[in-house]
Ligand binder design. Structure first.
Ligand code: ADP
Ligand code: MG
Length: 173
């Protein structure tokens, strides 16, 4: 694998879960942009947003994307990474972009089962199902625009990984 693989999609679609498994299978590096950003900032995303606002967080997110893309590996991105046209183009040119696509009820069920406490402030202040629905309605077209491949992320993680390996003709199955 010579170029990075970017996993994109909304919260709960499995970017971290699938990314870790794919990296293990392909003996590749794995980076989570949210995790990298928080470690380097020494603050949680919630703290950054609270203290500096979303715009500042988004600027840090782009800087993170550029930093982690320097290496070839599996990169799990934050759900809003595709809001920036710059980020979308950067990922498409720099590597292979995969949209982990799952319907709203699947995402809601996963988020309700593991709410990721403190990970991210709610985007809209609405109940989880309304928020997931609103966020996906806003972003689905952007995920598709950014992606080279769209995979069904409602399947079990091992199957999602297998479908990525097949779609990309990766020699690590
Ligand atoms: P993301 O990084 O995209 O926000 P995660 O990988 O953290 O998503 O997954 C969110 C939750 O959903 C976790 O509890 C995880 O175990 C579960 N999950 C992720 N992918 C799948 C899958 N393909 N099938 C079932 N559960 C999944
Ligand atoms: Mg994640």
């Amino acid at each position: 694998m010579t170029q990075p693989i970017f996993l994109i999609g909304p919260r709960g679609c499995g970017k971290t879960t699938v990314g870790l498994e794919l990296a293990r299978l392909c003996q590749s590096d794995f980076v989570d942009t949210d995790h990298w950003l928080q470690t380097h900032a020494g603050q949680s995303i919630a703290e950054i947003v609270e203290q500096e606002g979303w715009e500042s967080f988004r600027a840090r997110e782009t800087a993170t994307l550029e930093a982690v893309a320097a290496g070839a590996g599996i990169i799990a991105t934050g759900g809003g990474i595709i809001l920036s046209a710059y980020n979308r183009q950067f990922m498409r040119e720099k590597g292979i972009v995969i949209y982990l696509c799952a319907p709203v009820p699947v995402l809601v069920e996963r988020l309700e089962a593991s709410p990721e406490e403190g990970q991210r402030p709610t985007l809209t202040g609405k109940p989880i199902s309304e928020e997931v629905s609103a966020v996906l309605a806003e972003r689905d077209a952007l995920y598709r625009e950014a992606a080279h491949h769209v995979v069904d992320a409602s399947l079990p993680p091992a199957k999602v990984v297998q479908n990525i390996v097949t779609a990309l003709h990766l020699a690590c199955a």
